[in-house]
Design a protein. Structure first.
Length: 606
């Protein structure tokens, strides 16, 4: 029962929740540590649930071990754990001080792939389906203050559950050796992939926030509150130097900042951030709750050929990426995130796509700070069949994506899916309400779907504001025939532009290169061949950009990444311009030369 949800599964069904903050009114306690870890037999029927393991100390089990959180469990033990399909169990204790009883206590998991049930002291706090976005449960009534409390998380990493629509992906194997295969070309890392925390919030607290700030200096903000008991509201906007630009006594409002400093992507200007501070106050003006959010003023518009950032043409130059690394899998790691973004800046790039799932909140905040423009993509990969059930699920994913990331100035476009079967006649009625939903949630940003098909057969592109498509001339078509690439890609992008009159971004192009493999003349899988494939594309891109037929170019991929075992992949996908260990291939130096040269050209144009 798998596929049509296929990586719709990587995404949670939840309302938008605020980023974690620690301040005068809020406290967060990390649960990142070594948790007790037990796995059930592969493809089990859920023995732990049947035998209520959440009531037991699972550290006494004969197969109990420990598992770091955050991490993917797949690469930390043996082959059977790497390819495990089914239930795994995490457990630990946490002491909760008596003083916390004055407010509300939440447990927050930033990512659990894919179906999680959370128990606190034998009581089920809630369940969640998806991954790559946070979810939280109020556990105030389930805990014993001033004592140790046992937290148990059961996770099923199967890409199908009994209550979900049928699909094509499936578990393959013999007896207890089972592994998952799907249409996605990346490894389905599983577990508690991002930080786990206890949140201690006031009984009355701000629960959601929306900020819209455009290039005219107009700011619109709105908030929701859980609980009662506050009598005053204090809203303050300060600039980067802490100078007050605006105050209000309302949770919702609109104003205009004079002499506003705009947020610009890299190489176009400064990524200027303001701070919106919201305080709920008592009758005596004592603070009940406080949140502070950094935001930027900027506007994204588009015409029939260009994306405009604050009214200036914006040419996206960057990469598709994956948020995954050796050993850690798809787990959040601040060191690796920083390394990636530093290398990204070294190349001179200005944008990337969160292929093929939403990335960590920490990374989104860094994008804002560094001036990195981002296309945020929902975790919907390679949809091959369409149904009302899948459509409803997909709509929930879109809501969750936009609610989480709408306040980030770095986000300039929403991608609703990657490489669906968009030539099928069912695709248009499937995507039409999804596009309308995304536009109703956020009319300020363009909507796209990353397309694999061509302009003559695709039925979805007409619905979109920007057309992104993936193409591998010189690799999946006409491999070895470098001389054909420039003409082939030039003709196709021209055809897309002529038919739809939309901005066009080639969101994936490239070739695989095994690190250290060289040959002269260039030969497939060598670093030299990868460089030549990129160069031939660049010839066409330069012509198209001069003719205003191309709005962006994104190499696939930033760094090599792991896939399932397959004869078409040699220990993973090697299309990266960096190795999986983040060492540069020849192609990294080529892209640095290209992107920094374009940077100089843009400065001359301005």
């Amino acid at each position: 029962m798998l596929h049509a949800l296929l990586l719709l599964l990587l995404f949670p069904l939840c309302n938008g929740i605020l980023p974690v903050q620690e301040n005068e009114a809020r406290e967060a306690r990390q649960l990142n540590d070594l948790w007790t870890f037990v796995r059930e037999p592969s493809n089990s029927i859920g023995y732990g649930l049947l035998h209520e393991w959440f009531r037991q100390d699972i550290s006494s089990f004969s197969n109990a071990t420990v598992m770091p959180v955050p991490s993917a469990f797949n690469d930390l033990q043996d082959n059977s754990l790497r390819d495990h399909v089914g239930w795994v169990w995490y457990q630990r204790t946490a002491f909760i001080p008596s003083r916390m009883s004055r407010g509300r206590t939440y447990i927050r998991l930033d990512s659990a792939n894919y179906y999680a049930k959370v128990y606190v002291n034998t009581i089920e706090a809630g369940s969640h389906f998806g991954g790559h976005l946070p979810f939280e449960f109020d556990i105030t009534q389930h805990i014993v203050f001033g004592n140790e409390n046992r937290i148990t998380v059961a996770i099923n990493n199967t890409l199908s559950l009994q209550s979900l629509p049928q699909g094509d992906s499936k578990a393959i194997g013999y007896e207890d050796h089972v592994y998952q295969r799907g249409f996605m070309d990346f490894f389905p890392y599983s577990g508690l992939l991002r930080p786990a925390r206890l949140l201690f919030l006031p009984k009355t607290h701000i629960s959601s926030q929306s900020i819209v700030a455009d290039a005219t200096g107009t700011l619109t903000f709105s908030h929701s509150v859980i609980g009662t008991g506050f009598s005053k509201v204090e809203v303050t906007v300060t600039d980067a130097d802490g100078e007050v630009e605006y105050t209000s006594d309302a949770l919702n409002g609109t104003t205009k900042i004079s002499k506003v400093e705009l947020w610009w992507p890299r190489n176009m200007g400064k990524a200027y951030l303001y701070t919106l501070t919201v305080r709920l106050l008592s009758d005596s003006s004592s603070p009940i709750d406080i949140i502070r959010t950094k935001f930027g003023f900027r506007s994204i518009t588009w015409d029939n050929s260009q994306i405009l950032w604050n009214g200036r043409p914006f040419h996206c130059q960057g990469f598709g990426m994956h948020e995954e690394y050796d050993i850690r899998g798809r787990a959040f790691d601040a060191v690796m995130m920083t390394r990636d973004l530093n290398l990204f800046e070294w190349t001179g790039a200005n944008c990337y796509r969160t292929s093929h799932y939403p990335y960590s909140e920490e990374r989104m905040a860094e994008n804002d700070r560094r001036g990195i423009a981002v296309i945020v993509e929902t975790a919907a990969v390679a949809i091959r069949h369409y149904s009302e059930e899948i459509q409803n699920l997909h709509m929930d994913f879109i809501r969750g994506t936009i609610e989480r990331d709408r306040n980030h100035p770095s986000v300039f476009m929403w991608s609703l899916a990657n490489e669906p079967s968009s030539s099928l006649k069912e695709a248009r009625p499937y995507f039409d309400p999804l596009v309308k939903l995304a536009k109703s949630l956020d009319p300020t940003r363009p909507i796209t779907v990353v397309i694999a098909g061509g302009p003559t057969t695709d039925v979805v592109a007409e619905l979109l504001d920007v057309i992104c498509f993936n193409r591998y001339y010189g690799w999946y078509s006409n491999i070895g025939q470098l001389f054909r690439i420039e003409d082939d890609i030039y003709k196709e992008i021209t055809a897309w532009n002529n038919k739809f009159s939309r901005p066009i971004i080639i969101s994936e192009y490239g070739a695989e290169a095994i690190p250290g493999m060289h040959r002269d003349p260039p030969f497939a899988f060598t670093e030299e061949y990868q460089v030549e494939v990129l160069k031939e594309h660049h010839k066409a891109f330069d012509r198209l950009r001069n003719e205003k037929k191309l709005a962006g170019e994104m190499v696939w991929v930033f760094a090599d990444f792991m896939t399932v075992q397959d004869t078409t992949r040699v220990v993973g996908n090697h299309k990266g311009v960096f190795t999986r260990q983040r060492e540069p291939k020849m192609a990294a130096h080529l892209m640095r030369q290209r992107y920094t040269e374009k940077k100089r050209r843009r400065k001359d144009e301005l």
